[in-house]
Ligand binder design. Structure first.
Ligand SMILES: *Cc1c(COP(=O)(O)O)cnc(C)c1O
Length: 493
């Protein structure tokens, strides 16, 4: 069980200020002091000093430690957030990626002085290409969604180079992650939705109907967001290629496929990876992620610059000399700290270890599915891969929604599964246990879910009122996203 969570918030540090506390832990100034207006123009100076909190060191330590304890995290709690692969990240990946020679590198350093970092990144590119069956990888995109955008720009450049400028439609199944149509819009393309059939797979007849010479690509997630492998993927790839278009795979769910099958072998032309899902880069909290893309040979010339290349003397360097490149998509060559973690993870696990990741991820998901399917209805029948989707439709009839169940789970010490996604399942509850959880944790979670299902019949208000033992009750999540308050303001100010 996790540490008891405080139900009352302590005052914020800004509210604890007592003027005139001795500033004893600040050393005196050891350079000649100059008046500020000798350094900066008067117009740039603030008229009044900022209200910096004046509190003792211990208060500061308690403030930040307490804030850290208010978080749910993978390191403290089970986090079965479907589609997000919130798995435990081995600490060795952190430790090795912050070795001084990596950590103290400056991005403007000369290539000759960062040969070790470039070698690690080049090997990571090669490892990702090997895992996925692609020919070339760019590590540059900073997140899955940016990988999607980068890939769509690469696809656009490819069609334009072939005189096919009119290919601006992107086919996207209705089970797709919301970032897919969003990336498509930002890339200046038009989203055309494909319907799913009764097994939760792409409807081939619908695909045929929509396939013409204005289609830039099909964006498919495999396994899809229902946790089901698109069995017809080979046929789908064949139809797309016959029609002169491309197959893009959203590879965020690669945790299910590692070491089993390779997207490049079933016809994918371009894909993205989520290193912060599949490859042990911490995920969430707004930290840096990485969403590299992999492409087949015919798309390689269009990859973003810089590219890592070997000089004739065998040294590595970053080059911008790629005339057909779509250009840069972010600063420098990517989130190096995140990339190094993924590199260490892959090297540590090796081929057999990576294979075991997907085997255990799929086993854990099917184990939970088997334990829960009597109490909850299934979004789609059959076994799953790394995740599965339940529906709380039955519970909803008793007045308890997927949201209520999620909130009740928080009270019981679990992070909630993803809810109301994918959109094609009503009252969806999407569970992804990942491979890093023990049987004991899975059992505890299953027992909590079963207890809630039982409670719905006897004391439904319990879930409807949850959470009651956490620092905050139910929040206005839409308001928080649309009109976020990003700085502390004194009450009444
Ligand atoms: C997480 C996810 C994404 C987006 O990745 P980000 O790194 O959050 O931008 C895209 N597609 C699927 C299926 C995902 O699960």
């Amino acid at each position: 069980m996790s540490a008891p969570i405080r139900t009352e918030l302590e005052p914020l540090i800004f509210e604890m200020t007592r003027r005139g506390l001795p500033q004893e832990h600040l050393p005196g100034c050891d350079v000649p002091e100059k008046p500020l207006d000798a350094l900066l123009p008067k117009s740039a100076l603030a008229a009044t000093a900022p209200a910096i909190p004046e509190v003792g060191e211990l208060s500061v330590v308690r403030h930040f430690t307490r804030l850290s304890q208010l978080n749910f995290s993978v390191d403290t709690n089970f986090y079965p957030l479907g589609s997000c692969t919130m798995k435990y990240n081995p600490k060795t990946c952190d430790l090795l990626s912050i070795l001084p020679d990596f950590r103290w590198t400056h991005p403007y350093q000369d290539d000759r002085s960062v040969q070790g970092t470039l070698a690690a990144l080049e090997e990571l590119e090669a490892a990702l290409a090997e895992v996925s069956g692609m020919d070339a990888v760019s590590l540059q995109p900073a997140a899955g969604a940016q990988g999607e955008l980068t890939a769509l720009l690469v696809i656009k450049a490819y069609h334009e180079a072939r005189g096919q400028k009119q290919r601006t439609k992107v086919l996207i199944p209705d089970s797709a992650h919301g970032t897919n149509p969003a990336s498509c819009t930002i890339a200046g393309d038009e989203t055309i939705q494909l319907v799913s059939n009764r097994q939760g797979l792409v409807d081939l007849a619908d695909l045929d109907k929509k396939l013409d010479d204005t289609v830039a690509c099909l964006m498919i997630t495999n396994p899809n967001t229902l946790g089901i492998f698109e069995k017809q993927i080979g046929q789908i790839a064949g139809r797309l290629h016959d029609a002169g278009t491309l197959l893009y795979m959203d590879g965020a769910n690669l945790n299910a496929l590692l070491g089993q099958v390779r997207p490049g072998d079933f016809g994918v032309d371009v894909m993205h990876f989520n290193l912060h899902k599949t490859f042990a880069v911490p995920h969430g909290g707004g930290g840096p992620g990485a969403g590299p893309i992999g492409v087949k040979k015919h798309l390689e010339p269009f990859l973003p610059v810089p590219r890592i290349e070997k000089t004739s003397e065998g040294a590595l360097r970053l080059t911008e000399n790629r005339p057909q490149s779509i250009g840069r998509v972010r600063s420098f060559y990517g989130s190096t700290g995140a990339l190094l973690r993924a590199y260490v993870y892959i090297r540590q696990l090796g081929t057999t270890g990576l294979k075991q990741v997907s085997e255990n991820a799929v086993l854990n998901a099917n184990y939970l599915l088997a334990r829960l399917k009597g109490a909850y209805e299934l979004g789609f029948d059959g076994r799953c891969l790394h995740e599965f989707v339940l529906t709380a439709a039955k519970q909803k009839k008793e007045g308890v929604s997927a949201l209520d169940i999620a909130k009740r789970l928080l009270e019981m010490g679990f992070y909630a599964p993803t809810i109301y996604f994918p959109l094609i399942v009503s009252e969806a509850v999407m569970v992804e246990p990942t491979e890093t959880e023990s049987r004991r944790t899975l059992d505890r979670f299953a027992e909590a879910m079963l207890a809630i299902a039982q409670e719905v019949k006897t004391t439904p208000e319990r879930a409807r009122q949850a959470p009651t033992n956490l620092p905050v009750r139910r929040l206005d999540e839409v308001g928080a996203a649309r009109t976020p308050i990003l700085r502390w303001k004194r009450e009444g100010a």
